[in-house]
Ligand binder design. Sequence first.
Ligand code: NDP
Length: 234
Amino acid sequence: MARTVLVTGGNRGIGLAIAQAFAAQGDRVAVTHRGSGAPEGLFGVQCDITDSAAVDAAFTTVEAELGPVEVLVANAGITDDTLLLRMSEDQFTRVLDTNLTGSFRCAKRASSKMLRAKWGRIIFISSVVGLYGGPGQVNYAASKAGLVGMARSITRELGSRNITANVVAPGFIETDMTAVLPEATQAEYKKAIPLGRMAKPEEVAGAVTWLASDSAGYISGAVIPVDGGLGMGH
Ligand code: NDP
């Protein structure tokens, strides 16, 4: 059955691969962007998830064009790495405001319609860093760990209404976000990955479409690592 899917930050990187995977299986897919426009074949809506009014307006537009959002993929995220002693409070709160509060804004807006429909799927894109931490990533790790608590609380609140909330935790994926890392850091990561390589964004998308499918209807509050074994043994 075709669903209405909204992927935040679906204009590039992992979000784009997820949006394309849903579109390929026949779903009605909308992506948010911050001004770049939507890739061909996807319905785009401009939205900065740090702005509650913009989030509300984006959902209203998607609802008018494609129907109520049945599957939310809260994917949009940023990094702003630096060591703890150098990290300003602004650097900390800015990352939290996008990755965690931004996802909260979208999940809250989506869940009101999901409650009415008595069906919904919320998938948060976290990170292995949210599970195990990362040097220079106190802000990012805190934001991504928060998504786990949020998914599990939503599960307890809304699970009985046929709304599931899960977390996908990618490891080291080939996107703009990782392309900016120094080569030495990239090499170090690759050495630590049992599968011996980074992943393509498409390799994250499968876990997300599966979590939204009927076959995963009894899975909620789960964290699915897509990390080539990077987090194993922690
Ligand atoms: P990219 O940097 O390639 O893309 C980030 C996306 O988030 C863009 O679409 C960007 O929009 C959007 N975005 C950022 N800030 C906002 C905002 N305030 N409002 C709306 N959209 C925003 O990242 P990836 O594709 O690599 O990452 C996607 C998700 O996966 C992120 O949450 C990231 O933390 C997570 N992740 C990535 C990993 C990796 O190795 N790449 C590993 C683990 C997790 P715009 O184009 O307008 O900037």
